[in-house]
Design a protein. Structure first.
Length: 225
């Protein structure tokens, strides 16, 4: 019989922990109880997770590392649109949780009930925003920090809005809801890879919209030349 994959093994521990948190409360649940319910040793638990709260947020640690590697590798490709890359990375996060919506909903319910977990959730959201911000500034030298922060915050906020619709409801939300929202977001910033239709406030020179960040203008001119 094939051994369980690391991901499925970790998810089994997460599911067991969430069951205990829901049944007897987060504070009243011990690591020993979680390990016993999941059928793993205490040492295995600590090898996979650092503590009880890490069980709830372990997916985010993995996802952040994955996105950081993906964006770094993508940034080395000529012609890569960094705005679209940041949106695509965020879609990866949504796709991960949408793959197991019931587990994600149970996790969300536990977080809502524990103030310490809600605080950590805020920090986790900021980590995604900071990751996109750092990536855009690295991919677009000279980018106005306000443009980087504004776009990164918008990407994160749109993702969280769509994901919460999934977590708070009982029906699945198709990925296209998020990708369509990102298409609209990139058009609003004037950075969509498909280009923009002419607007009244466009700058005629080089046909770039006025709202497009200067660093993006430079990137496109450099790629064309």
């Amino acid at each position: 019989m094939a051994e369980a994959s690391p991901t499925s093994s970790r998810n089994a521990v997460v599911a067991a922990a969430l069951d205990l948190f829901a049944a007897q409360g987060f504070e009243a649940t011990s690591v020993e109880q979680i390990a016993q319910a999941a059928g793993v040793s205490r040492s295995t638990f600590f090898r996979q997770f650092g503590g009880k709260d890490d069980v709830v947020f372990s997916d985010h640690d993995v996802l952040l590392a994955h996105l950081r590697q993906k964006l770094t590798a993508g940034g080395e490709s000529a012609g890569q649109n960094p705005w679209a890359a940041a949106c695509a990375a965020s879609v990866d996060v949504f796709r991960h949780f949408a793959a197991e919506p019931e587990l994600a909903r149970r996790r969300y319910a536990v977080v809502r009930q524990v103030p310490a977990l809600r605080d950590r959730e805020i920090v986790t959201v900021f980590q995604y925003e900071r990751l996109f911000d750092d990536y855009l500034r690295s991919a677009l030298p000279g980018l106005d920090p306000i443009d980087a922060v504004a776009f990164s915050a918008a990407v994160t906020a749109v993702h969280n809005h769509v994901l919460r619709r999934l977590l708070r409801g009982t029906e699945d939300i198709p990925e296209s809801v998020l990708t369509d929202a990102y298409d609209e977001l990139m058009h609003r910033f004037g950075v969509h890879p498909d280009g923009e239709q002419a607007q009244n406030d466009d700058v005629v020179v080089a046909t770039f919209p006025r709202r497009m960040p200067m660093a993006e203008v430079v990137r496109r001119l450099r790629d064309e030349l």
